[in-house]
Design a binder for this molecule. Sequence first.
Ligand code: TXE
Length: 499
Amino acid sequence: MSNITARLTRFLAKRNHQHFINGAYQDSYGEKQIAVINPATEVEIGKIPLGNKEDVDAAVRAAKLAFHHNSDWRKMSPDDRGKILYRFSELISDHSESLAQMVTIENGKLIKDALSSDAGGAAKTFRYYAGWTTKIEGETLDISQPQKGGRQNFAFTKREPIGVVAAIVPWNFPISIAAWKIAPALAAGCTVVLKPSEETPLSALLLAEIAMEAGLPPGVLNIVTGDGRTTGACLTAHKDVKKITFTGSTYTGKIIGKTAMENVTGVSLELGGKSPAIVFNDAHDLDFAANGVAAGIFRNQGQVCVAGSRVYIQKKVYDKVLTDISHAAQKMKISHGFDESAQLGPLVSKGHLQKVCNYINSGIEEGAELITGGTENPLDKGYFLKPTIFSALDNEKSIISEEIFGPVLVAVPFDDMEDALRLANDSQFGLAATVWTKDISKAMTMVNRLEAGVVYVNSPVRSDPGLPLGGYKQSGIGRELGKVGIYNYTTLKSVNIVY
Ligand code: TXE
């Protein structure tokens, strides 16, 4: 086990954590708490308050005041706002060890992934959006309204920050997904109330300390901890919230979408996925493709929205590629996240492990062939599971139509490109897809016809702050990251001046 940093030791010693409102940790108005469990050891690492309506009101009030009056955040020059966000990114990098260790302790993931994807990913996102503060632009427009008496007109649009943003995030990448929302919102001049997942709230609270050190004015970033049913529901229903940005399940996304419409609040939803990986006979290196498919599903224990959880393999190479993926899976070392040689850590919680096991059981009951893995816990303690692979002949099983969100892959053979497209697009989801071929015409046809928000060719899907992410169909509404990511947090004003 790595040595826990002094900063994290001090933070964890608190045990009973608080909300972060108006630049300070604050007690909850309520008494209820939620225990945070280390999924590798099953030991409680602290408690967070279950935020109630009064807590949410206090956080939204602080964000609203910071937006309108208290701080100069909105009125600050874009360059100065960018400097603070850049400093924040530098401090996240400086404290990446503490942040990554916190993520590994509360989420279970491998420390190297927590360092690169979570702490590294958050730093990169803040750095990227620090540069956008000075590049938010409107347009000048030649409109056709006739003007009387020799007058002329000048029409343009300007982008303004939308107001208080409610950001609701899941547990799979606790601080990098939070950064995908906080960084563009702050860059646009908005203020934020974040509700982290009840499974992984502590890394967000630690991030708040660092935000203060970076010079973020009080009230610009607030964190209310709690569950979805009480805390999340109060936040999304709050009338002073002007934009909701959510990453999580399609089920919860639909509830949030309905609530948003009650108040006509803007909403972006990044929801579930069941992303296909499609391996053609002519993939230029079949071993490379097999390893890529394995990495695409087993990274982060399969708890990745863009995970390639169904693989379609062309018939001629089906047995070879499936065998190679299975070997890659069987070789993975399963251990706790601080074991430097581990390749697969625990799942996030007991409840989630149970959900994934239920899917594995239903796959067996529905007649899919279990190639490797299963429901047996390979270790004595913690919520571990072996990487699991099924082979099936069609899409007619729950394990291939529903999001499992664990280290479970289902392989299906296909005949030709039309067959691959039919199978891949036959899904309620449309988040991501990968295609493995060296034929550029085939690759481009797939790119054009796949119903997915993100398509990677010859690589598992990875995120990058510059590349928009979001889904077709039930995988969501809107896109985050990239240039469009910042426009999520602005509203457009059209102006016409007659002179
Ligand atoms: O998600 P939820 P859960 C999928 C994955 C997983 C399943 C359930 O399949 O097994 O969702 O995971 C908050 N109003 N994904 O239960 O419920 C909640 O507190 C407002 C895919 O963790 O969507 C948490 O902060 N907020 C996904 C966040 O929503 C509510 C990542 C996500 O919780 C709420 C995670 C409500 N009514 C899970 N109910 C991806 N796309 O990456 C819950 N929340």
